[in-house]
Ligand binder design. Structure first.
Ligand SMILES: Cc1cc2nc3c(=O)[nH]c(=O)nc-3n(C[C@H](O)[C@H](O)[C@H](O)COP(=O)(O)OP(=O)(O)OC[C@H]3O[C@@H](n4cnc5c(N)ncnc54)[C@H](O)[C@@H]3O)c2cc1C
Length: 292
């Protein structure tokens, strides 16, 4: 099923993001997580892609396996940085051949210190908008294309206005829905949605929810992507830093409140960054399911 069609339903969407594991044990554990989450009947699940191709085969294999062996609708993340258009075409052909119809079109970030090879830039896509165009030009309407959105602005963007303009370009190029970067203060999301509406952008924008289960790890992710963790929450988490159970409890309580507020304010869906674990997401879901 195409996600753009699924999102037309009046029901809110629930989706889960996973990364492709490095080892056979990791893969076993991922499929156990997927089984544990299946009762929620997610609208779709998505699999990340290592920018530059570091997870190329693993992403393709996990996407195909979910498509083949489960009843879930799956979306493949595809980054363009460090890839030629030919390489991207080959990957997307593989998805098309097996019937996968959803792709999240992203630029990606190279590991720190690595420069984009000029040769790739010549035959590749510099920004996600070019990838969206490339997919539409080469695959027509086969893929339902999602794009990334940044309620607090993308860290490299000169201004929120410029970021919004680039977001709009991705939509005009063929992006049919968007998933946001993680954020912890809903005001950023609501302000962003006001700007989106004023800019005449009409696609569904699904907030990305990151349950905090390991403060150090999430703080690192948040710093990297420019997501603000509210000082009150930081204080609470720091006070229990020595107790992983307490950190998780506070993280889950916070995510429940965040999701409740988003649902009460009419969001189209929730996309959970699961980090391949089911426990926190299930606990959150159980407390918000009546609002969905
Ligand atoms: C939901 C979600 C899922 C993600 N999944 C992955 C993943 O699987 N793998 C991965 O490696 N990364 C992933 N990322 C991270 C993402 O790749 C990075 O945030 C990356 O830095 C930007 O990607 P983008 O697609 O938003 O890029 P773009 O939309 O191309 O934007 C990148 C930057 O360039 C600017 N820009 C855009 N167009 C232009 C233009 N024409 N001229 C000048 N500047 C421009 C933008 O304002 C922004 O600052 C994900 C992010 C999100 C929100």
């Amino acid at each position: 099923m195409k996600i753009s069609d699924l999102l037309k339903s009046s029901k809110r969407s629930i989706s889960f993001e996973f990364f492709p594991p490095k080892t056979p044990e990791g893969e076993k554990s991922l499929f156990k997580t997927i089984k544990e989450l299946e009762f929620i009947k997610p609208t779709f699940v998505s699999i990340t892609y290592g920018a530059g191709g570091s997870t190329r085969e693993r992403t393709i294999n996990v996407v195909k396996k979910i498509h083949r062996e489960t009843s879930l609708t799956v979306m493949a993340h595809q980054t363009c940085i460090g890839h030629t258009k030919d390489q991207i075409r080959q990957i997307l052909e593989e998805y098309k051949t097996v019937g996968v119809q959803n792709v999240l079109a992203l630029r990606g970030d190279l590991p720190e210190g690595e420069e984009v090879d000029k040769a790739f830039l010549k035959d590749g896509c510099r920004y996600a908008v070019e990838l969206v165009r490339f997919i539409r030009e080469n695959f027509g309407d086969w893929f339902s294309i999602g794009v990334a959105a940044y309620p607090e602005g993308h860290p490299e963007s000169p201004s929120l206005e410029a970021d919004l303009m680039f977001f709009k370009e991705k939509v005009e190029a063929g992006g049919e829905f968007a998933i946001t970067q993680m954020f912890f203060d809903n005001r950023y999301f609501y302000d962003f949605m006001d700007r989106v509406e004023k800019a005449g952008i009409k696609i569904p924008v699904i907030p990305g929810i990151m349950p905090i289960t390991n403060f150090k790890q999430i703080k690192k992710f948040a710093d990297m992507c420019g997501a603000t963790i509210p000082p009150d929450l930081v204080k609470k988490l720091q006070a229990v830093a020595d107790s992983p159970e307490d950190v998780e409890k506070i993280g889950i309580e916070f995510a429940v409140k965040q999701c409740e507020d988003l649902l009460k304010n009419g969001v189209k869906g929730l996309h959970f960054y699961t980090l391949n674990k089911s426990k926190a997401t299930i606990k959150i879901y159980q407390q918000i399911k009546d609002l969905i």
